[in-house]
Design a protein around this ligand. Structure first.
Ligand SMILES: C[S@@+](CC[C@H](N)C(=O)[O-])C[C@H]1O[C@@H](n2cnc3c(N)ncnc32)[C@H](O)[C@@H]1O
Ligand code: SF4
Ligand code: SF4
Length: 491
């Protein structure tokens, strides 16, 4: 009997077909082998990050994470955080629809793993602090690692309680930890943290911020010394901590942080946070980019963070959390590791193929003398241009020049097609979102929206449908700048 792999509503006959069905394309090369990491990364580090969607930009095209909201308690107050606010439609940190016990969380992870073969990481990012609410974090990890040993475990903390748990973290094979560090200056810290609770006492102002900073540095040192990959999150708060972020980047790199994720403050009076109520604004995209550029040469920057909810499920940028609420889970859950193994085999081959195509396109683009070009792409994963313009809820923006194709950022927009009918207001929003980006690559677009986008100065091209992102962007750059450019599109 044929080994049928079933995936949600989809049934496929082989591992190869599974990969194609998931990513909307296939591996063209028959000579694919296992993909090696980037030239500047040690093989053991690559082995840790290659399937982690947050630690590798490349991996985020293929792999999904899920957060389980088991850790509601927190030992500090940040002026930007209000965990009581709950909205199923809103995607931002600290927000959850339902809090789970460790047992419920484990049931949910097994159910998701059986349905979503892209799943590679389970993270605990609150809604409070995973290291402070340690008993629940540990119980969840113990249950999940027993049933799903191939799923990586990951946690997120403000660092205050973390030094007390480093031995257990290492013993549980947690090799990715995120520490939020917003400033190296306790005076600045006092403007972000009204209080911190440590060793049974509440500390306020500069005293509290000093204790927090010392514990954050201790956490970073201890984790790095034990070989755990550390990502440092910093929330950029204009006028408060922005001036210190470049120095913070330099220091965390010197201490061995693997990645630095400078994220924009999300602040809205409706969220009920202190900063929301005082009118503290978040940075503009240009302000964030300027700080990120000023940090080049320091710790590697994460630019593809989606600032997920504490119960997010799926590829970054999609949230399938509502498909897996407790009331929708079966009483008895069972895993299907074969699906994940099949998917990972396919990804290894697909990556190899994509890299070869990218390298070939790059050689051809090297001779093009032209200013950098920004290109937005519509993708639903797999590193390909495989999404209809009207279905895109976000655009991934790349910059291309003769030195290569680089991911710059993502820009969110409500999808244009609502129930099959284009919506002019949403199209106007998409045009605003794509400000400064002259070209969009997508799998398809209707003539009417294409004309409206063109009238706004944005060319939308579907000639590269299903192609890999980087070779397509590179080919476009070459074509637009070729002296004999006839306007015809071809790779
Ligand atoms: C909800 S926290 C949970 C983990 C842990 N308590 C911490 O703070 O690192 C996850 C991340 O979201 C960030 N965050 C929370 N509220 C935010 C906001 N309003 N704007 C931007 N980032 C925010 C935190 O700084 C942290 O990096
Ligand atoms: S440490 Fe994390 S959970 Fe606690 S208040 Fe700050 S952002 Fe919220
Ligand atoms: S919030 Fe950022 S780092 Fe955390 S899971 Fe989402 S994308 Fe990854």
């Amino acid at each position: 009997m044929a080994n049928i792999i079933s995936l949600g509503g989809l049934q496929v006959a082989s591992r190869e077909d599974l990969g194609k069905a998931l990513a909307g394309g296939g591996c063209a090369s028959s000579s694919c082998g296992s993909a090696e990491g980037p030239a500047d990364m040690a093989p053991e580090t690559w082995a840790k990050v290659k399937d982690h969607p947050c630690y590798s930009e490349e991996a985020h095209h293929y792999f999904a994470r899920m957060h389980v909201a088991v850790a509601p308690a927190c030992n500090i107050q940040c002026n930007y955080c209000n965990r009581k606010y709950d909205c199923a439609n809103e995607s931002r940190p600290g927000v959850v629809s339902e809090r789970l016990t460790p047992e419920q969380a484990a049931r949910k992870v097994i159910a998701v793993a059986a349905e979503v073969p892209q799943l590679s990481v389970l993270g605990i990012a609150g809604p409070g602090d995973a290291a402070y609410d340690w008993r629940k974090t540990k119980a969840t990890f113990d249950l999940v690692s027993r049933r799903l040993p191939d799923i990586k475990l990951c946690l997120s903390s403000n660092g205050l309680a973390l030094p007390d748990h480093v031995d257990e973290i290492v013993a549980m094979n947690v090799d990715h930890v995120t520490l939020t560090i917003n400033t190296l200056d306790p005076e600045v810290g006092a403007r972000i943290y009204p209080w911190v609770f440590h060793r049974g006492r509440r500390h306020t102002g500069v005293e509290g911020a000093t204790i927090l900073l010392a514990r954050q540095m201790q956490s970073l040192d201890m984790l790095v010394a034990r070989g755990v990959l550390v990502k440092v999150n910093s929330v950029m708060i204009p006028g408060i901590n922005d001036a210190g972020l470049i120095e913070l980047n330099r220091v965390v790199k010197a201490k061995g942080a693997f990645l630095h994720n400078i994220m924009p403050l999300i602040s809205d009076p409706a969220h009920g946070t202190q900063f929301g109520l005082t009118g503290q604004r978040g940075p503009s995209a240009a302000e964030l980019r300027a700080v990120q550029e000023a940090c080049s040469g320091g710790a590697n920057l994460m630019k593809h963070c989606r600032q997920c909810r504490a119960d997010a499920v799926g590829l970054l940028g999609e949230d399938r959390g509502q498909e897996f609420t407790l009331d929708k889970l079966p009483e008895v859950v069972s895993d299907d590791p074969e699906k994940r193994a099949a998917y990972r085999d396919w990804v290894a081959r697909e990556r190899e193929d994509r890299r070869a195509a990218t390298a070939a396109a790059q050689v051809a683009a090297e001779v093009v003398e032209a200013p950098p070009l920004l290109v937005a792409v519509c993708t639903k994963g797999g590193g390909r241009i495989n999404q209809h313009f009207g279905h895109a809820t976000e655009f991934q923006v790349y910059e291309v020049d003769r030195t290569g194709v680089r991911f710059v950022t993502h820009r969110r927009a409500d999808n244009y097609c609502v129930g099959g009918h284009g919506d002019d207001d949403t199209l106007a929003e998409v045009i605003r979102t794509l400000d400064g980006v002259p070209v969009v690559l997508c799998a398809r677009i209707g003539e009417a929206p294409r004309a409206k986008m063109a009238a706004a100065g944005i060319e939308v091209i579907d000639a590269y449908a299903q192609d890999y992102l980087e070779p397509a962007i590179s080919a476009l750059f070459r074509l637009r700048n070729a002296p004999s450019d006839t306007g015809a599109l071809s790779a």
